[in-house]
Write a protein that binds this ligand. Structure first.
Ligand code: ITT
Length: 200
């Protein structure tokens, strides 16, 4: 089955491909350079996923899926949230976003020492001008005091999933892609795509 994922983030695409397995051929927006980036103006991950899915579905035939995701940190009142990709400024590299997160947690540490956090993933499915479905999932954990590990992307070097003592970046893709927010949302997506493909 072909699946078009409306993302320019190669790490997300690689995770989709690994999670979905060889049954799926995954393509993304990097194959359509003329596609205009979408302004992510939504206040929730789901709203932004829908914006991205509809924009891509307007130029790509068939079913498209968009992923909007990010990190919510309790001691920072849910930040960086929908601003996860641009926490240290528009276009900031992952390392700067991670460093800002650690600095901001250090500032509130005396009054808010707990470091609980969760990754959130919203997926939206669209075709033509229509939103067909959306799914959300989270992965609970905490933020480490220093980055560790080289695998993955974004905040993976500082996110320790519940039940583990090492970060997603140390645990590697085989562990992350079994228990992540994205893996849980894609499990719902896979079920939905199976039903969509079934003849009535
Ligand atoms: P697209 O909009 O093109 O899909 P993006 O990277 O800008 O790519 P988002 O707007 O959804 O995507 O922002 C997601 C950010 O949240 C991402 O850049 C990371 O900083 C963080 N993030 C999301 N999922 C993550 C994961 O599995 N591991 C680490 N960080 C993650």
């Amino acid at each position: 089955m072909d699946l078009f994922v409306a993302t320019r983030n190669a790490h997300k695409t690689a995770e989709f491909a690994q999670i979905l397995g060889p049954e799926f051929v995954v393509r993304d927006l990097r194959t359509i350079p003329e596609a205009v980036p979408v302004e992510e103006t939504g206040s929730t991950f789901e709203e932004n996923a829908i914006l991205k899915a509809l924009a891509a579905a307007a130029i790509v035939p068939g079913v498209v899926v968009a992923d909007d995701s990010g990190l919510e940190v309790d001691a920072l009142n849910g930040a960086p949230g929908v601003y996860s990709a641009r926490y240290a400024g528009s276009g900031a590299p992952d390392v700067e976003n991670v460093n800002k997160l650690l600095r901001d947690l250090a500032v509130v540490e005396r009054t808010k020492p707990e470091r609980m956090a969760r990754f959130c993933c919203a997926l939206a499915v669209a075709r033509g001008g229509e939103v067909l479905a959306s799914f959300t999932a989270t992965s609970e954990g905490h933020i480490s005091h220093a980055p560790a590990g080289v695998s993955g992307f974004g905040y993976d070097p500082v996110f320790v999933p519940q039940g583990y003592t090492r970060t997603f970046a140390e645990l590697g893709p085989d562990v992350k892609n079994c228990l992540s927010h994205r893996a849980k949302a894609i499990a719902q997506l896979r079920e939905y795509l199976r039903e969509l493909a079934e003849p009535l």
